[in-house]
Write a protein that binds this ligand. Structure first.
Ligand code: NAD
Length: 494
């Protein structure tokens, strides 16, 4: 196919790249080694910018700055309402720079420009405001112990935090982690993914403008095995909050165990089921199934990548879904008509294509898609496989691309059993008008989030995280705030 819907000269815009250095202790600095790495435009495979490459020595410097800011700086000591005021200013600055920020993620990650500008960035602004609102409402308890003793608890910030984030939501995930940690009074070092370092550096600049004190928020781009591993194995980082693959999550936990037993939270992969029952509204169900796999080009941890449809409506739903997938618009993410941009990088592109080949070899039926689009960049057609057996690789592995495994079931018990036949447990969707069915499935599927008659519905106040090998710990909500705090018990005679 060709990229008739995009990638024309009109949409070929690379914003001016202002920030490419490490941000340590309130300054943009070169890496100690002087090394840089290329960040690539997935629309073309061309270099956007050379970014300073942080390694262990740079992480050490950033941690030193964060430690000083934690041990003797104002941030953990100021009243919550004062931290809130600065966080609200930070939120306003992001709001004022939405166009430039959206362009950075569009060009660095192939994400839709309009969606970033009009949905993701306003949501990020709200996330910061939500946690700013919580910063002055952190309190412990008083404990009546005995006639002789009484106690109370103090909720203290956990200390210096390392945040390691992936490339699929460079901005949203930055603030999922940074906002509650700031509210709690922590200091931190953020390592964006090597594929998408640009927006994180812009946020560092805005943080400084907002008045976040030097050393509180450090941003060190670099690679996983070097900069990332330096964070997870550091002796002076108190907690690490990781979002990424299950494979790397395991290494993060190992490194934490071998170093200083830092606290770990892991938001990992998924292979989430969407279960559609016979009584579902067909158009709505088809729409949810489509969005569930194609939103953000399938590069989302909670993608509804396994769709189970009850036999009474299976044929009709399959037909609707395939029609919709065929009219889905793939192209340049700056084009307002486009619904799906390029996959994030060459590695991801190749990985998705190899799963498509695998699906064919395993004997699944390719209903639509399966091919690359255009002769440059990393565009892949929306792809749907049917005749899935649950033990096929395409039904078990997280593909992280626009590739759906569509399958038929008979009874609710069968649906539950097969939905749970996965090592993951991040999310699940249910489409039905029957409240008993919805309740039964909600309680029986082992996943951290259940969406009934909706999908990808997130809220700042709604905890999000995994069961099973999708990890542990929760982002969002007050749960996430608690992740960045620890309880101190103080006891005294009466
Ligand atoms: P990845 O695990 O390879 O990389 C994620 C981050 O970890 C990057 O910043 C990377 O540089 C860093 N990293 C890599 N190796 C490291 C190491 N040895 N030590 C420390 N850090 C290291 O993941 P990816 O392929 O880039 O991202 C996709 C994965 O992220 C998918 O599996 C997806 O499900 C998951 N994800 C999960 C969520 C969630 O909330 N659960 C959200 C988004 C993405």
């Amino acid at each position: 196919g060709d990229l008739s819907n995009g990638a024309g000269a009109d949409f070929y815009k690379i914003p001016a790249i202002k920030f490419t250095k490490l941000f340590i202790n309130g300054e943009f600095v070169d890496s100690i080694s002087g090394k840089t790495f290329e960040t690539i435009d997935p629309r073309t495979g061309e270099v956007i910018a050379n970014v300073a490459e942080g390694t262990k020595e740079d992480v050490d410097l950033a941690v030193k700055a964060a430690r000083e800011a934690f041990d003797s700086g104002p941030w953990p000591r100021m009243p919550g309402v004062a931290r809130a005021k600065i966080m609200l200013k930070f939120a306003d600055l992001i709001d004022q720079n939405r166009e430039e920020l959206a362009a950075l993620d569009a060009v660095d990650a192939g994400k839709l420009y309009n969606w970033l500008k009009n949905v993701d960035l306003p949501n990020i602004v709200n996330t910061l405001r939500y946690y700013a609102g919580a910063a002055d409402k952190i309190h412990g308890e008083t404990l009546k112990m005995s006639r002789e003793l009484q106690g109370y608890t103090l909720m203290e910030p956990v200390g210096v935090v390392g945040h390691i984030i992936p490339w699929n939501f460079p901005s949203s995930l930055f603030f999922t982690k940074v906002s509650p940690a700031l509210a709690a009074g922590c200091t931190m070092i953020v390592k964006p993914a090597e594929q998408t370092p640009l927006s994180a550096l812009f946020y560092a600049h805005l943080a400084k403008q907002a008045g976040i004190p030097d050393g509180v928020l450090n941003v060190v781009p670099g690679f996983g095995p070097t900069a990332g591993a330096a964070i997870t194995s550091h002796m002076d980082i108190d907690a690490v909050s990781f979002t990424g693959s299950t494979e790397v999550g395991r290494q993060v936990m190992e490194a934490a165990a071998r170093s200083n037993l830092k606290k770990v939270s892991l938001e990992l992969g998924g292979k989430s089921p969407l279960i559609i029952f016979d009584d579902a509204d067909l158009d709505k169900a088809a729409e949810l199934a489509l969005i569930g796999i194609l939103f953000n080009k399938g590069e989302i941890c909670c993608a509804g990548s396994r769709v189970f449809v009850q036999e009474g409506i299976y044929d009709e739903l399959e037909k609707k879904l395939v029609e919709k997938a065929k009219s889905w618009v793939v192209g340049d993410p700056f084009d307002p008509k486009v619904q799906q941009g390029p996959q994030c990088d060459k590695r991801q592109f190749d990985k998705i294509l190899s799963y498509i080949e695998h699906g064919k070899r395993e004997g699944a039926t390719l209903l639509t898609g399966g091919k690359i689009i255009g002769d440059k960049g990393y565009y892949i057609e929306p792809t749907i496989f049917s005749n899935i057996k649950d033990d096929m690789l395409i039904a078990q592995d997280e593909i992280f691309g626009p590739v759906l495994a569509l399958t038929k079931f008979k009874t609710i018990d069968e649906a539950i059993l097969r939905a749970n036949n996965t090592r993951y447990g991040l999310a699940a969707g249910i489409v039905t008008k029957n409240i008993d069915t919805a309740n039964t499935v909600s309680r029986s599927v082992r996943a951290g989030t259940i969406w009934i008659n909706c999908y990808f519905a997130f809220g700042d106040d709604v905890p999000f995280g995994g069961y099973k090998m999708s990890g542990f710990g929760r982002d969002y909500g007050l749960e996430a705030l608690h992740k960045y705090m620890q309880v101190k018990s103080v006891v005294t005679p009466i």
